[in-house]
Design a protein around this ligand. Structure first.
Ligand code: PLP
Length: 408
């Protein structure tokens, strides 16, 4: 069958998924245990009862969809504020990338300074200003055709979790920094011990009146206390959320601190509109899902425990078999890193992993043959629906595969 779709993944994918239930996805009458769960969106798994119920309630009540203010986004915003208590105002968007685009707009309205700072390894979606990757000298290279040279010139990288070099770069450029964006804990290398680094950024931004933006698209809701910020008690000026908080439907959210909300209400007229911004479907399903997760406190703990079990067992196995692999984890964000060496950021990760690109691809194909879907970015998100039995099965196959492909 000819494939007409140009979006990422379609060209090379062997499978086009048709449906999902619990911890499994289906294509061509084959099933796979899903370790991606819609890139971390489905905290409760595929077609969870609360998802089905809220979709059917939405339809039964004739809620419909509006391009004008609706009660459902209003109710949703009130619940979000109960959890993200430092949000003063909320802006609804349709994707994470839109939330980042509009956050950039907010930052550029707050000051006219040149540089947008991004931490290496932080992913912010399909946003022109961030579709770059740093070279060895931390200069931006294009990740896509069709981007502007100007955006390249105004992007400044800081090396994530490298305090010394970060301090040097920030201090050198402090008069010209518009804003700092980062994932406080990154999907590409989920580390537990970054609070010293984040505290420094918080202090630097406060001292220099620079907006600090934490992109919690994957850590939001999944973390202990529902965010890295609430877990570490280090708060940004602008927060971006997405994925889980939409309950399985498209969403992006910007949360503004009181300080930023006050500033933009006084001086600015910033455009935040969009036909589906705050749409009643994502708001209704997102709100029902959020209420369910908050009420059932054991959900987050349960997924954390499963992820921790997976990490512990696999790392013991890697060590015992002298395999050059290690599992990194923050709450239930898990990544196999293809080096046993101690690393502190993505640059170091890639330095080691680039040697194994072919082997990693073969490993992924091996797992697919064993009915395990392991996403190409290597991030594993278990869900509440992932059974212990299936985690043990994944571990068994990963052990076989890692001995086969990574034993020196
Ligand atoms: C940290 C982070 N920020 C932003 C995005 C972009 O979100 P979306 O794909 O919904 O546009 C993603 C998506 O993976 C993400 O992980």
């Amino acid at each position: 069958m000819k494939n007409n779709i140009l979006n990422e993944g379609y060209k090379t994918s062997e499978y086009f998924f048709e449906k999902g239930k619990g911890d499994k996805i289906y294509s061509n009458s084959k099933y796979f245990i899903d370790t991606s769960n819609c890139a971390g969106t489905l905290l409760l798994g595929h077609n969870h009862k609360i998802f089905k119920k809220s979709i059917s309630d939405y339809s039964r009540q004739n809620i419909s969809i509006f391009a004008h203010p609706n009660l459902h986004s209003f109710n949703f915003s009130r619940n979000i504020k109960k959890i993200f208590h430092w949000f003063d105002k909320i802006i609804f968007c349709n994707t994470g990338s839109e939330a980042i685009t509009k956050s950039l707009r907010i930052c550029r309205s707050l000051n006219k300074k040149k540089f947008i700072v991004n931490a290496t390894g932080s992913w912010h979606g399909s946003v022109d200003q961030f579709l770059f990757y740093p070279n060895k000298k931390l200069k931006p290279n294009f990740l896509s055709n069709g981007l502007k040279d100007d955006d390249k010139k105004t992007l400044l990288y800081i090396p994530y979790n490298d305090l010394k070099l970060t301090k040097k770069i920030l201090n050198k450029n402090k008069k010209n920094i518009n804003s700092i964006f980062l994932e406080p804990i990154q999907g590409c290398l989920p580390l537990e011990n970054v609070s010293k680094y984040l505290k420094y950024l918080r202090k630097f931004c406060s001292n220099n009146n620079i907006p600090l933006v934490f992109d919690e698209m994957i850590t939001g809701i999944r973390s202990n206390n529902f965010s890295v910020q609430n877990h570490l008690k280090i708060y940004s000026d602008i927060t971006t959320l997405g994925k889980i908080i939409g309950g399985g439907l498209p969403i992006g959210i910007i949360g503004l601190s009181k300080k930023v909300a006050k500033k933009i209400s006084k001086n600015n007229a910033i455009f935040f509109g969009g036909t589906f911004s705050g749409n009643s479907l994502s708001s209704y399903v997102g709100n029902e899902t959020l209420k369910y997760i908050v009420k059932n406190k054991s959900i987050i703990k349960n997924i954390n425990d499963k992820s921790s079990f997976f990490q512990r067992e696999m790392n013991l196995f890697f060590k015992k078999n002298k395999l050059n692999l290690k599992i990194y984890r923050y709450s239930s964000i898990v990544r196999i890193v293809y080096t046993g060496k101690k690393i502190q950021n993505r640059d170091q990760r890639d330095f080691f992993e680039n040697k194994y690109i072919k082997k990693i691809k073969t490993f992924r194909k091996f797992l697919l043959k064993k009915n395990i879907y392991y996403s190409s970015n290597g991030i594993i998100f278990f869900s509440h629906a992932t059974t212990l039995k299936n985690i043990k099965y994944i571990m068994k196959q990963m052990k076989i595969g890692s001995l086969k492909y990574f034993k020196r």
